[in-house]
Design a protein around this ligand. Structure first.
Ligand code: XIL
Length: 661
């Protein structure tokens, strides 16, 4: 399938339409936007544009067609009609047209009825064959987003995928009324350089504790984000969501296992969603914090029900204990089997089990999420499941993996005391090593910060007095909505005082983990809670927490990647450069899957990811001398999968198919 080149005419419609609707980017004369190179642009004036989309929902009545009923540009748009399920709708596949590990912006206009509340979503299959879904933009309606003549503007939305994800789609859903789509544009997010001349957080705090972060699969496709991770946060990484029960538990496999064996106490799991994250940690030798085994939230109700069925009865405490043990056993065994080289050094065994009053949560379902009720309490009647969880975790966790109880609002006095009482008891029984303070804090506008630094310090000091290991596991500090420069300064001051407090207890604290890299990617993005802004620049808060610290010299990144950087080869223009190692496109001394990725990035990004002359010579491995194409990446993938035994020895049995076909 050929990429659609934007025509002058199409560029004209875009420029016009975007100006009047004040969409968040401007089209340049060459058809590109100031937010990146346009790779697809559809105005749905003919069937050809509609043919790039599929109708989501097999065996359904949904039809996609060109319609002249409504249009934001030209005379027509794409109509999805006959939608008989809320989740039917037009879908655009990404992984057969776009490159992995690359960020794209998608923008579009959508029109339904005046009350239509649409959702823009993302779905993919993991390498274990499970389908995962994510809502990217919810409540797309006329009051929430810029709208004109009933057309709602989808905000610029970043999408990306890794080479572990297939069947990757974005789609519109919501309601069952007709949906019209127009001006659907995909552009490539420009890659920017990070500030290399600032000190590395990991290095500055190396005398005190590990500095880490939590990342999501999308982050893996953002080169600047991962450059920031490598430079500042390589001491510890947590998966933002992919190692939680709802990501790991596989309902279909649980039910199949039950049908086949009659045993419904052995939950079936899969780390498919976490694999891109874990592969990154393995490759770069980054210690992993496991988050989390037992939690009321992000845990499906069916896990607690007979037959693993949402509508089943609640299981007995005895059965739940068996499920819990088998889950924890399978979790650790599978992780260690898949990733024997990763240092799983910490695990949040139980998360958020005590209320601010130091009581168990209310019993109940999660429903569609968002409930503060606990199905664990519903089954057990109390918090006795906590001790079982730690006992099983100790039994099955790999050696060296420390076990933590983790919570938020841990500075609420009754909660502080309850956590300490429980932690000491479980530590006495040999099953708990430490306490995780999430530390989702709020600097607000300075004086009414919550908690105050003093209140936070009081709790931290109390936790440290226990002698247990303390980790700050999810640090972020929100400020006001639509923050001003002054808000950012107040946030910086608060961050500094909190970090100084934490540093003063460095002998008791083994890791400080931030919950996100850049403000725009945070789970609390509306209130800028992190150290780096959307442009990957260090914020006042970054400089504030460095204040008064000894800055190591020379400034170096602390990535512990097992990479041997080969000496640069000096070349003169016009000289033919010989490959140093055919296939080694990143010139790190080994030929592996990272080289295939590097080649795809180079192709996808043009000279943004420019290869050096030696890297180019190494990359051109499929048919040396013929230039770099996706076939070179494919050859390396085949080599990695042991389909071929060396490069460029391509045997007859191997008939390459272009990646994009
Ligand atoms: C958050 C994630 O960051 C979000 O992406 C998700 O939608 C909800 O969960 N306490 C925790 C984390 O222990 O797991 C939560 O992470 C934030 C609060």
């Amino acid at each position: 399938m050929k990429k659609k080149h934007i025509s002058r005419m199409a560029a004209g419609f875009l420029a016009a339409a975007l100006t009047v609707s004040s969409a968040p980017f401007v089209l340049a004369a060459d058809g590109d936007t100031d937010i990146g190179k346009v790779v697809y642009s559809f105005d749905f004036e003919d069937d050809a544009d509609v043919s790039y989309f599929t109708n989501r929902g097999e065996n359904d009545t949904t039809q996609l067609s060109v319609s002249t009923d409504h249009a934001t540009s030209g005379s027509s748009s794409m109509l999805a009609s006959g939608r008989s399920k809320d989740w039917n709708g037009p879908a655009f596949r990404l992984d057969d047209k776009l490159e992995p590990y690359t960020e794209y912006y998608i923008s579009a206009k959508i029109k339904g009825k005046y009350y239509t509340n649409a959702t823009f979503s993302f779905q993919y299959n993991t390498s274990d064959g499970e389908t995962k879904y994510q809502n990217l933009v919810q409540n797309l309606n006329q009051s929430n987003y810029p709208a004109e003549d009933g057309w709602v503007t989808l905000p610029l939305t970043k999408v990306s995928f890794t080479d572990e994800q297939t069947g990757v789609y974005v789609y519109f859903e919501g309601g069952q009324d007709d949906l019209y789509i127009d001006e659907f544009v995909v552009s490539q997010v420009p890659v920017t350089d990070i500030e290399q001349d600032i000190p590395s957080l990991s290095a500055v705090f190396a005398d005190a504790f590990k500095i880490g972060n939590a990342i999501t699969p999308n982050n893996l496709s953002s080169k600047p984000t991962m450059d920031l991770v490598a430079k500042h946060f390589s001491g510890s990484l947590t998966a933002g969501n992919e190692m939680k029960p709802d990501a790991v538990l596989n309902q279909a496999a649980c039910q199949t296992y039950f049908e086949e064996t009659g045993d419904d106490t052995v939950p079936q799991i899969s780390f498919g969603a976490a694999k891109p994250f874990l592969n990154y940690c393995q490759k770069n030798n980054i210690p992993v914090r496991i988050h989390t085994l037992v939690w009321h939230s992000q845990t499906p109700d069916w896990f607690f029900k007979e037959g693993y069925d949402n509508n089943g009865d609640w299981v007995s405490p005895e059965k739940m204990t068996q499920r819990m043990e088998n889950y924890i056993k399978a979790y650790f065994e599978e992780l260690v089997k898949l990733y024997p080289d990763i240092d799983f050094y910490a695990c949040d065994v139980v998360n958020e089990a005590w209320t601010d009053d130091g009581k168990p949560r209310n019993p109940g379902e999660q429903g569609n999420g968002g409930s503060s009720n606990s199905a664990w309490v519903k089954v057990y009647g109390d918090n006795s499941f906590i001790e079982s969880a730690f006992t099983f975790a100790r039994k099955y966790a790999p050696e060296g993996c420390k076990l933590y109880y983790n919570d938020f609002n841990e500075y609420m006095p009754n909660k502080t005391d309850k956590i300490i009482e429980m932690a000491l008891e479980l530590n006495g029984k040999g099953v708990l090593d430490g306490i995780g303070m999430q530390s989702h804090l709020d600097a607000r506008s300075g004086s009414d910060a919550f908690p105050s630094v003093n209140v936070y310090k009081k709790a931290l000091d109390k936790f440290c007095e226990t002698g247990l290991d303390i980790q700050i596991t999810e640090l972020d500090v929100t400020t006001a909505n639509n923050p001003t420069a002054e808000n950012h300064e107040q946030q910086a001051q608060y961050y500094k005082e909190i970090m100084d407090t934490i540093y003063s207890q460095k002998d008791s604290i083994s890791a400080v983990v931030f919950w996100g890299v850049t403000d725009d990617q945070s789970w609390r993005a509306d209130r800028d809670p992190l150290l780096f802004d959307a442009e990957y620049k260090a914020k006042p808060a970054f400089y504030a927490i460095m204040e008064g610290r000894e800055i190591p010299d020379p400034v170096e990144t602390t990535t512990k990647a097992p990479i041997t950087t080969l000496p640069a080869v000096t070349t003169t223009p016009g000289e033919t450069v010989e490959p140093t190692l055919l296939g080694d496109a990143n010139n790190d001394g080994i030929v592996d899957i990272a080289d295939a990725t590097r080649i795809l990035q180079a192709i996808g990004n043009g000279d943004k990811y420019g290869l050096t002359p030696v890297q180019e010579a190494n990359a051109d491995c499929y048919d040396p001398g013929s230039g770099i194409t996706a076939l070179d990446a494919l050859a390396i993938q085949k080599l990695d999968a042991k389909v071929i035994s060396s490069l460029p020895e391509i045997d007859d049995a191997w008939v390459p198919t272009p990646l994009n076909s």
